[in-house]
Design a protein around this ligand. Structure first.
Ligand code: 5AD
Length: 433
């Protein structure tokens, strides 16, 4: 299984390498000392992850060579856009035409898109976002693995099933050896080049212990390591960066400070944004976003959430539905429809054509099995597969009945790769040049 294609280093300029992938050139930031022109490397998120032997690279590339171009063709066909031939509403066509030419839409126009209800109109919005995704990112789709290392949490977020107040939940904390073993399986056996380590806040490990785990993973099995342990403090961020973490997954959840305070007792939006800003300054790749469908959240709030993600230099937008959990104060709130979330992904793609990858979350898949496909056809180009050991996965119950809760990693990987192929997507992470 392979979630990245090795590329050949063509040029080295300071900390940047130019890499060739079947004739396409990409740039990646390089921190490894031993890279020379002519080497084959894997890159993820715009960072060189590791070098492989020429023989190994040649054999992988031989398998990919034909498929690579076939997939691009399928994707190109599926993402064609023809706004000229539609008998749709004039305003919609005008707005989407502007969007398809990467012109900036006004707030009023973006809200109009978020508000669309008619199925045909919504479909045209999705097609426009898919067109833009293809135009700027081609058919690459990045696939991360995620290991949920502990469900202990000191916070009392009003929507979250692993919040500290939930006494019904059995808590777990994977041992260091279990984490290293799960990471090794994900990277060495399943072929992930990018791995998220996630937990509730205050997972029971000290920062030094987490740093040691990250160091050991990086030494034994190189990969892009992203952390998602909540607000660990600026010093914590620094230590984990030094240990080798290069991405931070931390949603701000809501850009509306009043709503933020309501659903996060004792917390403050400014502290969250401070973490994100400092992490960006340290060099972390930023993955952020919010919950969609929270009680009291307006369309303007959601639009502001997208703007705020962009302001935070998000390399990846992570927007997913709020799903009511029975053991939380928000248990009785209404769930949101999958289509509303896909609309957010599409509008996010229109707002950020070129920079951000857009994630289809497991929460969205939980609402609707078809939503992964739907999201990928509406501007999204990233996903995360859960490789937490099954016994623990059930207990990471942030919301109920999570998709893939009891599905083995191999089945999950195989069905995802099959879906990606049917859509002409290559499970790779090639950054735009
Ligand atoms: N519904 C959807 N997503 C949730 N999360 C926590 N609780 C829920 C819920 N009830 C999300 C938060 C957090 C991520 C790890 O899980 O947005 O950032």
């Amino acid at each position: 299984m392979c979630y990245a294609i090795p590329g050949k280093v063509e040029k080295i300029e300071d900390g940047t390498v130019v890499v060739d992938y079947f004739g396409e050139k990409r740039k990646a930031h390089n921190e490894l000392a031993e890279i020379s022109v002519g080497d084959y490397i894997y890159a993820q998120g715009g960072l060189v992850v590791n070098k492989i032997s020429s023989a190994e690279a040649q054999s992988i590339l031989a398998v990919w060579k034909e498929t690579f171009f076939q997939l691009q063709e399928v994707d190109l066909k599926l993402s064609r856009l023809n706004l000229g031939n539609q008998d749709a509403d004039q305003k919609l066509l005008e707005v989407l035409d502007k969007a398809s030419q990467s012109q900036k839409l006004s707030t009023e126009e973006l809200l109009y898109l978020l508000d669309l209800k008619d199925k045909k109109k919504v479909e045209l919005l999705f097609k426009t976002a898919n067109f833009l995704r293809q135009k700027y990112f081609k058919n690459s789709c990045c696939v991360h693995g995620i290991i949920e290392i502990s469900n202990y949490c000191r916070r009392s977020c009003q929507y979250c099933g692993i919040a500290s107040y939930n006494q019904e939940l059995k808590r777990y904390r994977m041992t260091k050896d279990e984490i290293l073993q799960a990471a090794k399986e994900a990277i060495q056996i399943h072929g992930f080049k990018s791995l998220v380590l996630q937990s509730g806040e205050d997972c029971g490990y000290s920062i030094d212990e987490l740093a040691d785990i990250i160091k050991q993973i990086k030494e034994k099995t190189p990969a892009l390591i992203l952390i998602s342990f909540g607000e660990i403090g600026i010093e914590g961020l620094e230590k984990l960066y030094q240990a080798g973490a290069r991405g931070l997954l931390l949603r701000f959840e809501s850009s509306n400070p009043v709503l933020y305070k309501k659903i996060h007792p004792g917390m403050d939006l400014t502290s969250r944004l401070d973490h994100l800003r400092k992490a960006y300054e340290m060099g972390y790749l930023i993955l952020t976003g919010g919950l969609v469908g929270l009680p009291g959240q307006s369309k303007e709030d959601i639009l502001n959430d997208i703007f705020l993600s962009k302001e935070q230099h998000a390399q990846m937008f992570s927007f997913g539905p709020f799903i009511p959990h029975p053991h939380t104060p928000l248990a009785k709130e209404d769930p949101v429809a999958a289509q509303e979330i896909i609309k957010v992904l599409a509008v996010a793609r229109i707002i950020d054509n070129t920079h951000a990858k857009i994630l289809v979350t497991t929460a969205l898949e939980t609402l609707n099995q078809e939503a992964l496909r739907g999201g990928l056809l509406a501007g999204a180009n990233s996903l995360m597969l859960n490789v937490t050991p099954l016994d623990y996965r059930m207990l990471y119950s942030i919301y109920p009945d999570r998709a893939h809760q009891s599905e083995g990693s191999i089945e999950q990987i195989e069905s995802t790769v099959a879906l990606l192929r049917s859509l002409g997507r290559a499970p790779t992470d090639l950054e735009a040049f």
